[in-house]
Design a binder for this molecule. Sequence first.
Ligand SMILES: *Cc1c(COP(=O)(O)O)cnc(C)c1O
Length: 421
Amino acid sequence: MDHFLYRDGALFAEDVPISEIAAAVGTPFYVYSTATLLRHFKLFDDALEGTDHLVCYAMKAASNQAILKTLAQAGAGMDVVSGGEYLRAKAAGVPGDKIVFSGVGKTADEIRTALTGGIRQFNVESEPEMEVINAVALELGVIAPITVRVNPDVDAKTHAKIATGKSENKFGIPISRASEVYARAASLPGLEVIGIDVHIGSQLTELEPFELAYNKVAELTERLRAEGHNIRRLDLGGGLGIPYNRSNDAPPLPVEYGAMIQKTLGHLGCEIEIEPGRLIAGNAGLMVSKVIYVKSGEDRDFLILDGAMNDLIRPAMYEAHHDIVAVQEPEPGVERQPYDIVGPVCETGDTFAKQRNMPPLAPGDLVAFRSAGAYGAVMSSEYNTRPLIPEVLVNGDQFAVIRERPSFDEIINRDTIPEWL
Ligand SMILES: *Cc1c(COP(=O)(O)O)cnc(C)c1O
């Protein structure tokens, strides 16, 4: 459920008409709903009620500081995957002891930044990384709290580019080697082993792969405890999917996910951390774009938009589906016609949808891409010297630009010309 609904024939974000935002900031743009962000956070928080837990929002999904602050004020921690994300979370006011550091290639500099600013834990992804965290901690005279990310070798049954829990993926250490790796970690004086981490992929639409993985984590917890490790925190990653296609998809709900967590892991008495990103931000954001041309081709018609693959790359990168709706609500029963919906970038990959049935649309009309809040703005680029598009946050009847569209001068002046030219 989200807060982007039609009222009297016009699409709104909470209490603000989308057309009003478009008039104020121009198109294309991203718009997020505060109420939806908070609702999704609360669904997870409530799903783990009764268990000591922290919901750490995976901020790579949508990392604008206004979004981080909205969630942090509601009690969320953050899961970061780079030094830049760590600093951004701090800039948004998130305390270090609510920031978890994930990611396969943390550099010594990034580790130093986090240890200096304060960190809840590092989720360690390899033995060499463990040695570097230990060395940096000793150099700074601190102890680094860690979990080790284990790779449970389960099939997440999701798109290959976002599956992370199979043995062939680059993530974590094989669960079969966990005893050895934990023994080494325990021997390093700069580290304190506090738990286990697992994250098997993104956009999972079934609970079964999670359950398989979490059962393995339960077994491992008991084994490592028997080997003398004080395992007291389990970080279960993110990955719960969202219904991109509202007429077909029905992924499990956070409440079902939470119940499964309690069932598989509740008896261990560990603190539980989860790292949802997509489910918190995905359906809390739209990308709004304008029709530039309606073009008739030989065997199909095209809607050419002012938004493109550089603004929303998910269709080009993951063959992802986004529901695309007209901002002016179509009359009931109006005849729909198939279009290829494309952007202006010089790549055939710049196609958002093929043969999508749409109501009649004309140049100047607005369309909204649903479920664009996660992995949308953050993955955008200035390919074709197209400026990054603005981000807008709505809260009730107010809205604010939370990232401005850069001017062409700002983009062009970022280049520097060597003196020999
Ligand atoms: C990407 C990622 C997440 C978030 O995944 P979602 O599918 O957006 O919920 C959580 N944890 C880690 C380690 C990740 O890499």
